[in-house]
Write a protein that binds this ligand. Structure first.
Ligand SMILES: [Zn+2]
Length: 324
């Protein structure tokens, strides 16, 4: 299995995104980068430099339905006739991301209000990205639905492992014999992607991203990988170390949230996120609020915070508030 990493620029906060060209039994592309002009130009140029044409690609495996990881997949499929593989929870978004944005507007808005987010701020958080975003992805139909336990034979057998957390429909592709895996944004070097508040596909409930992510990381640890090919930056070569580091970072954030609540007394998640992140939070409210909610979810699963509903808003407090 010959693996080539192709990194292309993105106009997002994160500078570049990876896809991987796997030459084995036929040519497989893991993830489909973005559809922006710069990303597409850079992708096709690099493909050619490596000696391939888009029409050579036989299959496209999607790790998760975020625009920087599937945006160009539809176009590549059209040019190559490649079969697209994705998790059933991802297929709806891959076909029409606007449906997801519509549902988000409808169902996430009241949830954000319950976190104490002011109406006007909540409205801006659920708006449909238009303009700059709309040319970053095109629709793509899934040909083969894959779930945990399936095997995709690309010449080498890749086990499908469900790794939700960063995104609810996230999967990793593990070459167990070769102790290597394509992991999307589940394990990334250098930074920790945001555990965004999202709706569970096909439901109106939001995900509990961080506790789910920690479980996925623990699942991945069991494969004892030598290398993990992530969706951004260089591949991770100390996989157990990076998994521990990420879990530790999540844990530190949760501890900080608990300590803050200990000092301030009961707060909504919105108040807590401004307390912790102050003026930084204004840069990307949804991201910082999502991280805060993730930390609170972690604390909740460990019985370290309690919450009660007052006037349609959730107030969080440390579980042993009497010690304050
Ligand atoms: Zn990403």
């Amino acid at each position: 299995m010959d693996i080539t990493r192709i990194a292309v620029p993105t106009p997002l906060d994160i500078e570049s995104v990876n896809c991987f060209l796997v030459d084995d039994d036929g040519v497989t592309l893991i993830d489909g980068v973005m559809a922006s002009d710069a990303a597409a130009t850079s992708f096709y140029r690099r493909l050619e430099a490596e000696g391939y044409l888009a029409s050579d690609i036989d299959r496209i495996l999607i790790t998760h339905p975020h625009i920087d990881h599937f945006g160009l997949a539809g176009e590549i499929k059209e040019e190559s006739g490649a079969s697209v593989y994705a998790h059933p929870d991802a297929t709806g978004w891959l076909r029409d991301l606007n449906l997801y944005y519509d549902r988000k507007r409808e169902h996430l808005f009241p949830y954000l209000r319950s976190l104490g987010v002011p109406t006007n701020v909540a409205r801006s958080m659920v708006h449909t990205p238009t303009g700059a975003y709309s040319d970053m992805w095109g629709p793509v139909e899934t040909d083969v639905e894959i779930t945990g336990g399936d095997v995709v034979d690309v010449g080498t057998e890749l086990a499908v492992v469900e790794t939700p957390g960063h995104c609810p429909a996230s999967v990793s592709f593990v070459d167990t014999a070769g102790r290597r895996a394509f992991v999307g944004d589940t394990i990334v070097d250098g930074f920790v992607p945001t555990p965004l508040i999202m709706l569970k596909p096909g439901t109106e409930t939001r995900t509990r991203s961080l506790p789910t992510w920690v479980r996925s990381l623990e699942d991945m640890r069991a494969f004892d990988l030598d290398i993990a090919y992530g969706g951004h930056f260089d591949p991770v070569t100390d996989v157990p170390g990076r998994i521990d580091g990420m879990i530790e970072q999540f844990q530190d954030g949760a501890d900080r949230a608990a300590e803050t609540l200990q000092t301030t007394g009961p707060l909504t998640a919105y108040q807590l996120h401004t307390e912790i992140y102050e003026s930084h939070a204004a840069r990307d409210r949804l991201a910082f609020l999502s991280v805060t909610v993730g930390h609170l979810d972690l604390l909740e699963t460990r019985d370290r915070v309690t919450k009660r509903r007052i006037n349609d808003e959730w107030l969080y407090d440390v579980a042993s508030a009497t010690h304050r």
